[in-house]
Write a protein that binds this ligand. Sequence first.
Ligand SMILES: NC(=O)c1ccc[n+]([C@@H]2O[C@H](COP(=O)([O-])OP(=O)(O)OC[C@H]3O[C@@H](n4cnc5c(N)ncnc54)[C@H](O)[C@@H]3O)[C@@H](O)[C@H]2O)c1
Length: 333
Amino acid sequence: MSKILITGGTGFVGYHLAKKLAEGKNEIVLVDNFFRSELDEDMKQLLERPNVKLIQADLGNRDAWDSFESGYDYVYHLAGINGTRLFYEIPFEVLSVGITITFYAIKWFRTTNNNPNAKILYTSSNEAYAGALEAFGQLPLPTPEDVPLVISDPYNPRWSYAGQKLIGELLFIHGSKAHNFRMSIVRPHNFYGPREGYEHVIPEIIERIKKRVDPFPIYGADDTRSFCYIDDAVEAIIAVMESEKTDGGTYHIGTTEETKIKHLIEHLFKIMKWEPSKLDIKNSPKGSVKRRLPHVLKIKEHTGWEAKITLEEGLKKMIEWYETNPRKKRKNG
Ligand SMILES: NC(=O)c1ccc[n+]([C@@H]2O[C@H](COP(=O)([O-])OP(=O)(O)OC[C@H]3O[C@@H](n4cnc5c(N)ncnc54)[C@H](O)[C@@H]3O)[C@@H](O)[C@H]2O)c1
């Protein structure tokens, strides 16, 4: 049995991670301020389990950390402002919240938590290196973990998110060396699945198909992404956390399948049994990355993990959830 803290625990990844970890005898505490998540039916059901507890707190407030218990074995630090629209609308908050709470997380972990064997995991992002493609016109594909981390244009608000992830990685690397604590960093690559929110590429396409939008808009039809189903993703996160081999390292989590946005949409048309009469091909937003495909050999070598769920299977499960949970008004996507 382990005592586990998950920051950002009611968000997309936090919820699925907590659900998986709660299957065992672990004692799980979720912390969130509901900036971008909700106490919905799924979350309420999870909180009915006797081994899952929720603390509603703003982690940008130093006093909140002081009120937490000590002695956690594993701390998953997921909290932060996510969501592309918000990077453009509130870049300063994206930066200041991300940097502040990560600094507080490290400080609390190495002092108040007071457990010398404990480990903390930081969720960075593929966005931390994505700027290299725009800046230098190329990135090795598949992209390994040790490429330079690049902000290609500090004046484009989109890079606020990448900026705070880059600083977060530095805080974890040098904090753990200076203060001798166990940590790993993961870079998620396009996780998708039920309860992801509504302002993401796949939920938005599902919604447009349900509304029979025709002509059907496609943004960045030839851009590529590596989509990783959330059940695979949480297994990867847990595998990195629980392995000693991964201590001090950075790991890409994703699939080896590079999917063009237009092919993703074709899959969805097929599964949802509808096709528009005409496609309306549009450019992707400025700063959006053209190609993304992670190297995932390091995580396989160190933990044995690799993605199992095919895009087709994952999309089917996701559509099922979105069919029964249509968009409600949500504060921040
Ligand atoms: N989902 C992906 O594909 C993906 C890709 C790259 C990186 N990530 C990173 O993984 C982590 C989890 O992602 P997610 O998709 O679950 O995002 P999410 O937005 O669903 O979850 C983040 C949670 O953090 C909470 N939060 C924000 N500010 C807070 C604060 N001040 N105090 C307490 N809680 C606060 C939000 O309310 C939200 O519930 C994030 O750090 C994200 O940047 C995710």
